[in-house]
Design a protein around this ligand. Sequence first.
Ligand SMILES: C[S@@+](CC[C@H](N)C(=O)[O-])C[C@H]1O[C@@H](n2cnc3c(N)ncnc32)[C@H](O)[C@@H]1O
Length: 212
Amino acid sequence: MAKLTYNPSVFEARDLEAARRIILTTERDQTTDLRWERETPYLADLLGKALNLKLGQTVIDYGCGVGRLSKALMEQFNCRVVGVDISEQMRSLAPGYVGWPAFSAVSPQTLDQMIADGFQGDAAISVWVLQHCVTPQDDIARLRRALPDGAPLGLVNMRGRAVPTQERGWASDGLDVDTLVRAQFPDGRTEGLDPGVVGDHIASFSYWGVYR
Ligand SMILES: C[S@@+](CC[C@H](N)C(=O)[O-])C[C@H]1O[C@@H](n2cnc3c(N)ncnc32)[C@H](O)[C@@H]1O
């Protein structure tokens, strides 16, 4: 992305309603509200079962936003969640949205410090995040350090890249996130999302996967 300037301000949200529209953009007939209502329980069930989440386990929700998936996972699987997000506004909205004391939201820098102090999660998810990261290999390395060997990472992602830039809006640098993830989590399997839930258009440009 030579000559383009990364613009993370697109993730700044003044309130919950603004955050919802940033997190799940309207894609053709799939509105933010429809996606929130239909995708959230579907992805929580899909990822939680694929990660084999158990009572009391600690899940890292990387790029948690307001904790949409954190809340759904906690309610279905009785797990604890450490949400991680670069956006201060998302981090401050998240505890109120999630509403469970076993949730906390931290910055990537705080997660790094927690890892240095010995923290490790039992599993991690990252949903609609790595496609937007300016140096995804660094985020994937952070996730790798945050998990013990063999612990699962569940992803939902676009096949292409959409990095926010000042000059050109959402831009692609041509990186393949699946290849980057497999470099650090070599045992991976990916599948398409169910078009009956997410709609044909979203299913056409996305995938989900579990990597260890
Ligand atoms: C499209 S939203 C998805 C939020 C949430 N995962 C969900 O599905 O409801 C992307 C989120 O990733 C966060 N994000 C972007 N780059 C990040 C990074 N390098 N590290 C942590 N969070 C990041 C943004 O601030 C934003 O809240």
